[in-house]
Design a protein around this ligand. Structure first.
Ligand code: GDP
Length: 504
């Protein structure tokens, strides 16, 4: 084995996702763990810049171990990650309130966890509350076929209070125990691989993405690729926004400087050289090219851009009116699609739903934005806009549709000239006399050399003269002298078509 092939398998910190029914305490638990176990806690607390963080936990046996937490992507985001093949979390914590027991979203989360074949721990939360009943909660879990340890099953569970912190050290111990059983490993000697969990445009710095590294190491000077976009590893930050030069699995990092915005759930690969990274981008783009012609109607459908919209309005009649208006804006390329609508203010949950759907926007009519939703949307790069006139909503959406409509490049013929005489030719430069038959010919124009109806070469007008005086352009009806660059010999009788590429 050579040096470069050397492997060095090491234990890897687990990446944890917390899932469960709304209000059962996901955010409170994440906040508690963050505020009590963060690495290098600075005075005055820390500001988390991205939707993931790392902690160091000292176990009951005195070992200090790292754990990475995914913060609030919601299970919609989780599903969109899955659909792109990225398995980001290693272990799930299914949080269930000891007051309420199993609820519909508990079961949805469970379905997600099971289909992912992910090991999980049940956290029975809110045990400090007077209405808490651990036994009843366990009974509701068992009724729903969640068989806990000691109750005929193997699923570990820990009673906790996300508010007082009771049971949380035990829960963290349990995460590390499950991680040990799972034998999570990494090889720090290979280039890092990971997945994108969020991406946004940083007004000052450029396009940014949060990446969870699942194996290997990443260093300044390398290049990262996510699907069809890449970035040099130059601006790299840890989850607190601190510039770093190196990171290893399972750290969450922020990479800034992408050529286009990476999609949530894209798999990230890193390379030592730009050339290798570019080759990976080309390979990805080729593999994802539109398939064959006979499937065109199907692919047109597939290629249609959908704008997922969440609409919140003051009354339900408005929602219907908005839906009706938005239908009028559908084009053959872009469809605005209301995926969720309802009455009441814009909440954090709306933002969590939007973040899982690429390009989703939240629109409100005569409603407020919950301050928490505002902050979360800012952090996750979700657009929220509120209105009090319906046609202003349509106008704004129309702008987004126009922005997102794919641009096509069209060749526009600016002028056609006939070649009357060829005076000389050196290498690929032809000095000739001609007459503009239509439009205009400009110095510097790209031209097609046409023989009868066939294009025989592409060339460029290097110099243009009229009455032996250098000019920038000649108009229809005028004769001119020109020096044209063309690899193919130009003959009297050929036609020259000046063209430009316009984007529409
Ligand atoms: P999420 O929707 O799952 O993120 O739930 P939150 O973390 O926002 O919690 C919902 C409500 O329950 C908030 O008012 C929390 O303060 C409260 N809460 C969460 N965990 C506990 C707990 O362990 N004990 C008590 N007393 N309240 C809690």
């Amino acid at each position: 084995m050579t040096d470069t092939q050397k492997t060095e398998t090491q234990e890897r910190p687990p990446v944890i996702v917390i899932m469960g029914h709304i209000d059962h305490g996901k955010s409170t638990l994440l906040d508690y763990i963050r505020s009590t176990n963060i690495v290098d806690k600075e005075a005055g607390g820390i500001t988390q810049h991205i939707s993931a963080y790392e902690v160091v936990h000292e176990t009951s046996t005195g070992d200090k171990k790292r754990i990475t937490f995914l913060d609030t992507p919601g299970h919609e985001a989780f599903q969109s990650m899955r659909s792109r093949g990225a398995v980001i979390a290693d272990i799930a914590v299914l949080i269930v309130s000891a007051e309420d027991g199993v609820k519909p979203q508990t079961l949805e989360a469970l379905k997600c966890i099971v289909s992912e074949n992910m090991p999980y721990i049940v956290a029975i939360n809110k045990i400090d509350k007077p209405g808490a009943d651990i036994n009843r909660t366990i009974a509701t879990l068992i009724e729903n076929e969640i068989y806990l340890e000691g109750y005929g099953g193997t699923i570990p569970y820990v009673p906790i209070s996300a508010k007082t912190g009771k049971g949380i050290p035990e829960l963290l111990d349990m995460m590390l125990l499950v991680a040990e059983v799972e034998e999570l490993t990494m090889n720090p000697l290979v280039p890092a691989e990971g997945a994108v969990i969020e991406s946004s445009v940083d007004a000052r710095k450029g396009m940014a993405a949060t990446v969870i590294i699942k194996n290997g190491s990443i260093r300044s000077g390398m290049y990262a690729v996510a699907g069809n976009t890449m970035t040099p590893v130059r601006m790299m930050e840890d989850f607190r926004g601190k510039a770093i030069k190196e990171a290893v699995a399972s750290s969450p990092i922020r990479l800034i400087g992408w050529s286009s915005l990476p999609k949530i759930g894209s798999v990230v690969h890193t390379f030592q050289t730009r050339k290798e990274a570019e080759a990976a981008v080309v390979q990805f783009s080729t593999a994802h090219l539109t398939p064959t012609k006979q499937r065109s109607s199907e692919t047109e459908q597939e290629n249609k851009i959908i704008i997922p919209i969440i609409v919140k309005a003051d009354v339900s009649g408005t929602v219907e009116a908005v839906e009706h208006e938005f239908k009028k804006l559908i084009t053959d390329k872009v469809t605005p699609h209301i995926i969720l609508s309802g009455t009441g203010e814009i909440t954090e949950n709306d933002v969590k739903t939007a973040v899982g759907l690429a390009g989703a926007v939240i629109m409100g009519f005569s409603v407020k934005i919950d301050p928490g939703a505002h902050a979360l949307a800012d952090r996750l790069g979700v657009t929220i806009k509120t209105f009090d006139i319906i046609y202003k909503m349509s106008e704004w959406l129309q702008e987004i549709i126009t922005e997102r409509t794919p641009k096509v490049e069209i060749e526009e013929i600016r002028g056609i000239a006939k070649v009357l005489k060829v005076f000389s030719k050196t290498k690929d430069k032809h000095v000739l006399g001609g007459k503009a038959e239509s439009g205009e010919i400009h110095s510097g124009d790209n031209v097609k050399i046409m023989r009868r109806e066939t294009e025989i070469a592409i060339g460029k007008v290097r110099e243009l003269q009229h009455n032996k005086i250098r000019v920038d352009e000649v108009k229809e009806g005028y004769e001119f002298g020109a020096m044209i660059e063309s690899r193919v010999e130009i003959m009297p009788g050929d036609r020259i078509q000046a063209f430009t590429i316009v984007t529409k």
